[in-house]
Design a protein around this ligand. Structure first.
Ligand SMILES: [Zn+2]
Length: 81
């Protein structure tokens, strides 16, 4: 099974055992990556309930991703051109 990369607006499709596409996974801070890795349980994305620990780690990753996307948008809007 596959799912969309969890990064906001990314349309890359990745395997269930991955949080997101390679580029966006690498864009996460290493502490968030290891947090997700520690809390992930195989099979979760096939409908088994995620653990509260994983949800917290996932939320931290999404918050980080949103902040990056927001900063990129600001740069685009306020750029010299
Ligand atoms: Zn992605």
């Amino acid at each position: 099974m596959t799912h969309r990369c969890r990064w906001p607006l990314c349309t890359a499709v990745v395997g269930d055992n991955l949080w997101g596409c390679k580029a966006h996974w690498r864009a996460l801070p290493s502490d968030v990556r290891s947090w997700i890795g520690r809390t992930y349980r195989f099979g979760m994305d096939r409908g088994e309930h995620p653990t509260p620990g994983y949800l917290r780690a996932h939320r931290a990753a999404i918050e980080f991703a949103r902040a990056v996307v927001a900063a990129e948008n600001r740069e685009n809007f306020d750029g010299p051109d």
